[in-house]
Design a protein around this ligand. Structure first.
Ligand SMILES: [Zn+2]
Length: 227
């Protein structure tokens, strides 16, 4: 995540290899060409205009998180919850905040507000600048899946601390990086994680990147939370 913030938008890991590490996940593509969501072993690319399509196995990613999703906890969400209330609801059911959790929310949403990064060209700008022009899209009265991870604060810089989730609709035709949502009815599934394997790109750009800026918290907030 720190490398993305520094404008390192090209990685070496192919989608085919990534899928070998898990059937569920999120991330982005080389050149920041859209948001990624992996569901049931299929990798979807959510483009800047909000449209979705299945990614090819040869595409590369500079940043992705994947796991084999085994739901250990299944909860019926109280109806009509907002994002902040849902976070509290999930947290109250977790055994501890010190583990990693994959989270899948399936159901119907009153609204889902997303943004999607758009393809960058070289020379790459830092992510705080690259995401300034992101278009926000609002999907209303829509069925779909929100998938992503709840990451402990101590993993800051490797991932995005807190909840980082992406959305795709049931038809797998549109979605993006979730900024906000209101549930209608949904089922929440949680898969705890206690193993972290980290793959770093052996590129010159990554070798030269600045990965511990003083304002890391602010950069993560500006690019991922945006409110
Ligand atoms: Zn995202």
């Amino acid at each position: 995540m720190s490398a993305l913030l520094d404008g390192i938008y090209d990685g070496e890991l192919s989608i085919g290899e990534l899928l070998g590490h898990g059937n569920f996940g999120i991330g982005t593509f080389n050149a920041l060409d859209g948001e990624m969501i992996i569901l049931d072993g299929v990798c979807y690319q959510l483009r800047g205009d909000g449209t979705a399509e299945v990614a090819s196995l040869e595409q590369l990613s500079p940043f992705a998180i994947a796991t084999n999703f085994v739901p250990r906890l299944k909860l019926e969400a109280p109806d009509n919850l907002k994002r902040s209330e849902l976070s509290q609801f999930i947290t109250s059911h977790l055994p501890s905040e010190n583990f990693m959790y994959a989270v899948r929310i399936r159901g119907h949403f009153h609204d889902v507000r997303v943004r999607t990064v758009s393809k960058q060209s070289k020379p790459y700008r830092p992510m705080t600048e690259a995401t300034l022009e992101d278009e926000e899209l609002l999907f209303q009265d829509i069925s779909g899946i929100i998938g992503g991870f709840r990451t402990p604060v101590y993993e800051k810089g490797i991932g995005v601390p807190g909840c980082h989730v992406h959305f795709v609709d049931d038809a797998k035709s549109k979605g993006g990086h979730v900024l906000d949502f209101t549930l209608a009815q949904a089922t929440i599934e949680v898969c705890p994680g206690t193993d972290l394997e980290l793959r770093l790109p052996l590129t010159q750009e990554f070798s030269d990147a600045s990965l511990a800026p003083d304002d890391l918290d602010q950069q993560i907030h500006d690019t991922e939370v945006k409110s």
